[in-house]
Design a protein around this ligand. Structure first.
Ligand SMILES: [Zn+2]
Length: 72
C-alpha cells in the first residue's frame, strides 16, 4: 500500500476490508449502508472498496479507498 501515516509518516499496512474488520456490527446496518461501506456506488467499471490502513509504527488506523483493479 502506497500510503503514509498521517500522524508519524511511516508506511501503513492494509488491514483488510472494513466490512470484514467490523464483522458483526455490519449486520445491524441496512443494505444500502453496507453497500456504501463495501463499495463506492456507481463505480462498477472501476470498483473501489474501503480498506483499513494500519500504521506500522503507531497503529493509527485510517479508512482508505482502494481500487480493486490495482490489487489484481
Ligand atoms: Zn503512525
Amino acid at each position: 500500500m502506497d500510503k503514509k501515516c498521517s500522524v508519524c509518516q511511516k508506511d501503513m499496512h492494509d488491514a483488510g476490508k472494513v466490512v470484514d474488520y467490523y464483522g458483526d456490527y455490519a449486520a445491524y446496518i441496512d443494505i444500502q449502508d453496507a453497500q456504501l461501506i463495501d463499495g463506492v456506488p456507481g463505480t462498477e467499471d472501476n470498483h473501489q472498496c474501503v480498506h483499513l490502513g494500519v500504521c506500522s509504527s503507531c497503529n493509527y488506523m485510517e479508512e482508505i479507498v482502494i481500487s480493486e483493479k490495482l490489487l489484481k
